[in-house]
Design a protein around this ligand. Sequence first.
Ligand SMILES: *[C@@H]1O[C@H](CO)[C@@H](O)[C@H](O)[C@H]1NC(C)=O
Ligand SMILES: *[C@@H]1O[C@H](CO)[C@@H](O)[C@H](O)[C@H]1NC(C)=O
Ligand SMILES: *[C@@H]1O[C@H](CO)[C@@H](O)[C@H](O)[C@H]1NC(C)=O
Ligand SMILES: *[C@@H]1O[C@H](CO)[C@@H](O)[C@H](O)[C@H]1NC(C)=O
Length: 502
Amino acid sequence: MGGLPRNLPRSPSYVLPCIIALAFLSVSAIFLYKVDDFVSQTKTVAGHNLQPTPWHLFPPRTFSKETRQARAFKIIQCSYLTCRYNTRKDNDTESEQRRLSVSSLRTQKCPGFFNFIHNDLQPWAKTRISKDHVMAAKKYAAFRVVIVGGRLYVDLYYACVQSRLMFTVWGLLQLLRRYPGMVPDVDIMFDCMDKPSINRTEHGSFPLPLFRYCTTDAHFDIPFPDWSFWGWPETNIKPWDEQFREIKKGSQKIKWGKKLPHAFWKGNPDVDSPIRTELLQCNHSRKWGAQILRQNWVEEAKSGYEKSKLSNQCNHQYKIYAEGYAWSVSLKYILSCGSLALIISPQYEDFFSRGLIPKENYWPVSPINLCPSIKFAVDWGHAHPLEAEAMGKRGQDFMENLSMDRVYDYMFHLISEYSKLQDFKPVPPSSALPVCAESLLCLADPLQREYLERETAVPSPAAPCGMEPANGNFVRSWIERKKKTIEDVRVMMEKKAMSHAK
Ligand SMILES: *[C@@H]1O[C@H](CO)[C@@H](O)[C@H](O)[C@H]1NC(C)=O
Ligand SMILES: *[C@@H]1O[C@H](CO)[C@@H](O)[C@H](O)[C@H]1NC(C)=O
Ligand SMILES: *[C@@H]1O[C@H](CO)[C@@H](O)[C@H](O)[C@H]1NC(C)=O
Ligand SMILES: *[C@@H]1O[C@H](CO)[C@@H](O)[C@H](O)[C@H]1NC(C)=O
């Protein structure tokens, strides 16, 4: 009775491992299935698992041909495992010391257009901003940003075209780095597409707070610096400080007197913009003093953007700005040239364009009688070359003053004033994920990463520029003054036309 009987079925010896293996496989299958499901529900700032905004459709982003597993791994790694190790809880003692030391420094005054922050937030001055306001704005938002204790959370609803989402969130992360411990807790709804949506008439009884890149005086939308200040890899546009320096250098290659004596515009006329379509009619350097060129991004990309390089486009005495589908990021690059900017009266405004003053740092062009208005501006410049040159230079100085430092200051003040109006304590919703610089870079493709890393903030040695208290009169008289000057130019042109007709 020593050994086992030889002819007993040996089932226990191999069935058990089989069952274990089978169980293991099915658990793995279920696990992989669950992971797959989990990954397909994880939305990222790179645009994974997000549909385009229904109010402005665009082709969804295609991701590089990585394998399904590689993508799943990356999404989990970047979204869930990266920030935990890298975000440091703000040290309250350190923050407080920082706040004290920073506020004791003498601060520079903010540029005048910062006063528009009060104007933009005025609709909530009495009612304040409640949780209901924010939740009602969700219907119009592509994403929500919640900052609590210096940490940033995003709740993503829709994809944004190209890299807008990623670069906008990066900008906010850099703001947190620039002013550590100073950015208050906030809960903000954002849309990232071009057109304002909170109509003042329709939403008059219950204004919704929604941040976006531009607004009009018929909308409640709150303007915020657009993504291109941190770079626009799809069009080879560099982060703002670097791009400005490059354009300014390019603009100095040719002296004013040697620049071509007409008005130049190069861009995409096929963006559903009536004014750009009309502008094509003015393409005649003798008759209208203008040269209008079509930008072909596909061709430019092939030739390495050499021809579309912004720093090579400052060879004309006059440069035209025409709005696109809404406001256009090109305004800042056009003004940076130091040529006299001929700005066709814009319908949309972004956060800084409201600071521009006609006949001071640009020439206002009427959209009515467009080609003759351009010709009139060019003729005026030829008759007053010193003044035209000085006006162009002041436009360039205005843009130089708007350094990234000032852009962060604008974000800081806008967010601070907005947060003062909140009548609730922001809490990240359960669907929101924390985002930190490392997790965002983790999701970026190599080109995006290269751009993002070029615009990283360091803690500011000084406090943000000093903002003036709310003063409705300031903004009102500013707007009146602009209107009057634009009207003066219109009358000048009319008089000239009449004297010619005689
Ligand atoms: C915060 O910073 C202060 C001053 O540097 C230090 O004494 C303190 O231990 C820090 N606290 C924490 C929780 O790290
Ligand atoms: C705002 O809404 C009103 C009423 O529906 C409409 O007449 C007006 O054109 C809208 N304004 C804008 C700028 O869309
Ligand atoms: C404008 O005119 C120039 C010279 O005649 C031409 O080369 C260019 O293609 C024209 N631009 C457009 C947009 O048609
Ligand atoms: C630039 O900023 C300085 C200092 O705030 C100011 O004096 C100057 O007028 C500004 N220039 C323009 C063109 O806005």
